[in-house]
Write a protein that binds this ligand. Structure first.
Ligand code: S5P
Length: 463
């Protein structure tokens, strides 16, 4: 049963034109028979106050340390709620930050605090997840979101998948029921709304920004180990491998393997690598470049002498064969496993044109639970920046073809510096021979790490 206070709010929203019925073109191109615009309500302080009072009642039993409103519309409402409950407010600036830079949170907080998120509307829920991710990357927790109006089909299911509970003050059903009773809208308008909503059920909601544990771990490691460096240990014996890896394991984020080039591979190698990766906290990444149909890659990943799924936290995937390759590799829903998709290679004359790269980004964006980012190279900062712009938010950009001493090899490899890569927007650099073939791999790893980190800090300042 809808309360009198809520009825009052709905009637007033309708009266001031914050709820409209007619034909409205949505961003998706679809024509909607209704439209909500709560930006207007700041001009009606009494209505603002009613909203805040009702929201306070709704969140009464929840536990949280801070309140936030998603700018702009919900921020003034949240401010009132904060004031009424005497619970401090924080907010994330709306200006879009490029990925990798922490979003700036205004207001005081402690790591581990729980934030209650308030928003004016929920349509799909996917934009809320960006806010959650923003707070999570600063070490805060979000477990509840309270919205003024819920026009979603399955917003609460979507948020539940992200471990967040949705609390809706007023639903679309409440609105149409009351306005129909009042005679403000007709039966046929209600039918149109119901039909419109039912077509929405079939429009599959794009899943956005459910970051998997490997993505989160990498983001945290970048900050805690202060490194953007992945070493590509392209050597052919175990002794060479560990002789280089052990001294540099505090300087790296990930070790990238080509397991099939080791001539003395055995299970002892895997055990040693696993143990070191736990001790020194780095991610193990097998650059297998899976490219076959789903059934084949399933076996290549899970079986055979290398048994990659047993030890590699992440693998590389080509999408030439379509998204079945991702589905095949992760068919068994393994935990804490992820991948990077090859979007634009570093080698001269490769066949990945702009269209291919764009399609890889689009396809990858549908699998955030099993994709952590994209492999992309360009020879210039500008070129990388435009690549970066196309990357869906929440995904990492990894750049191979990085060297401080060479511009390429005689087999088509092309190099840029660590600084160019990071200033162009790359989050992680991949360095192979620049470290492995150096007379002093440790010293070289430090040089790459420092150059990348300096550029990373410079980039944060600019952002
Ligand atoms: O486009 C790419 C993608 C990758 S994963 N270009 C690359 O060079 N790589 C890998 O990065 C390549 O397989 C190799 O293991 C590493 C680069 O090695 P380097 O010695 O040229 O730094």
């Amino acid at each position: 049963m809808i309360t009198d206070e809520k009825k009052d709010i709905i009637r007033q929203l309708y009266k001031i034109g914050a709820i409209k019925f007619g034909k409205f073109k949505l961003k998706s191109g679809l024509i909607s028979p209704f439209y909500f615009d709560l930006r207007l309500i700041v001009s009606y302080p009494d209505l603002m106050d009613k909203f805040a009072t009702e929201l306070c009642k709704q969140i009464n039993n929840l536990k949280f340390d801070l309140v936030t409103g998603i700018p702009y519309t919900a921020l003034p409402i949240a401010t009132l709620v904060s004031s009424k409950l005497n619970i401090p407010l924080v907010y994330i600036r709306k200006e879009k930050k490029t990925y990798g830079t922490a979003q700036k949170i205004e207001g005081q907080y402690n790591i581990g605090d729980t934030v209650l998120v308030i928003d004016d509307l929920i349509t799909t829920g996917s934009s809320k997840v960006e806010t959650i991710a923003g707070f999570e990357s600063a070490g805060l927790k979000v477990s509840d979101i309270s919205v003024a109006i819920d026009r979603s089909i399955d917003g609460s299911d979507f948020l539940a998948k992200n471990n967040v509970k949705l609390h809706s003050l007023i639903t679309l059903n409440d609105i149409i029921k009351l306005l129909l009773e009042d005679g403000s809208i007709s039966d046929s308008q209600v039918t149109q709304i119901i039909e419109f909503q039912s077509t929405q059920v079939n429009n599959k909601e794009p899943k956005k920004l459910i970051k998997n544990n490997i993505t989160k771990r990498l983001e945290n490691l970048i900050e805690s180990k202060k490194t953007n460096l992945t070493v590509s240990l392209d050597v052919t014996t175990q002794s060479e491998f560990f002789n280089i890896l052990e001294p540099i394991s505090d300087d790296i984020l990930m070790v990238k393997t080509h397991i099939d080039i080791l001539s003395d591979f055995d299970n002892g190698f895997i055990n040693k690598l696993k143990q070191l990766s736990i001790e020194k906290d780095f991610v193990v990444f097998e650059d297998r470049k899976f490219a076959d149909i789903g059934n084949t890659v399933y076996h290549q990943y899970n079986n055979g002498i290398f048994n990659i799924s047993d030890w590699a936290d992440a693998v590389t995937i080509h999408l030439v064969a379509g998204n079945g390759t991702i589905k095949g590799i992760f068919k068994d829903n393994p935990e804490n496993k992820s991948s990077f998709l090859l979007a634009k290679m570093s080698s001269k004359g490769n066949l990945m044109d702009a269209n291919y790269t764009k399609t890889v980004f689009e396809m990858g964006a549908n699998y955030p639970e099993y994709v952590s980012g994209f492999i992309g190279h360009d020879n210039t900062v500008e070129g990388l920046k435009s690549l970066k712009k196309e990357i869906p938010s929440g995904f990492l950009l990894l750049t191979p073809g990085v060297s401080l001493s060479s511009s390429g090899d005689d087999l088509g490899q092309q190099y840029i510096t660590a600084k160019t890569a990071i200033l162009g927007g790359s989050d992680i650099i991949i360095v192979g021979r620049g470290i492995c073939k150096h007379s002093n791999p440790k010293q070289s790893a430090i040089e790459y790490r420092d150059q990348a980190w300096e550029a990373w800090e410079e980039r944060q300042e600019k952002d």
